[in-house]
Write a protein that binds this ligand. Structure first.
Ligand code: GDP
Ligand code: MG
Length: 163
């Protein structure tokens, strides 16, 4: 059986939970005091879905402004990008829209885009409605999921959906 390789990168504001989503997907764990990523980090994981093996090659980027210029190095070679915002921080949703614009203008032409509204376990602190996020995702032809790296909700589903 041939293994399908999927190169993907994660983009989004610092603190939205990119590294936590990767850690949940790759190791099925959560770290409440995860350290902020410097530059970018790489992880790989193979899963089997419907008798097909998928090997994910995941570039997890740092969200800080000072590393922003590095992002093209990661998304240019990617087949898919997961752009993450934090449902409890509206500002991170604005940053997400900037990332989507940049991917549309400078990303590879067939890039599959997924938008993740992370920290769905903190619903009582929500600042971005599911409806607004989904409407935006539809308008840019991106997949959409609300995820929680803490509870694992929709995390595997998100990675499977982009494969
Ligand atoms: P990154 O900068 O985007 O990589 O974000 P991190 O993965 O480092 O996470 C930033 C902070 O948010 C950390 O304190 C995490 O423990 C926390 N965090 C990440 N995902 C979730 C989540 O789904 N729910 C909750 N409650 N906290 C989360
Ligand atoms: Mg990180």
């Amino acid at each position: 059986m041939a293994v399908r390789e999927i190169k993907l990168c994660l983009l989004g504001d610092a603190g939205v939970g990119k590294s936590s989503l990767v850690l949940r997907f790759v190791c099925d764990t959560f770290n409440a005091c995860s350290e902020s990523t410097i530059g970018a980090s790489f992880m790989s994981k193979t899963i089997e879905v419907n008798e097909q093996s998928y090997k994910y090659q995941i570039w997890d980027t740092a969200g800080q402004e000072k590393y922003r210029g590095l992002a093209p190095m990661y998304y240019r070679g990617a087949a898919a990008a997961i752009v993450v915002f934090d449902i409890t921080r509206e500002e991170s949703f604005h940053t997400l829209k900037d990332w989507v614009k940049e991917l549309q203008q400078l990303g590879p032409p067939n890039l599959v885009m997924a938008i993740a509204g992370n920290k769905s376990d903190l619903d009582e602190m929500r600042e971005v409605s599911s409806h607004d996020a989904r409407t935006f995702a539809d308008s840019v032809d991106a997949l959409f999921a609300e995820t929680s790296a803490l509870t694992a909700k929709n995390v595997l589903e998100l990675f499977v959906e982009i494969s």
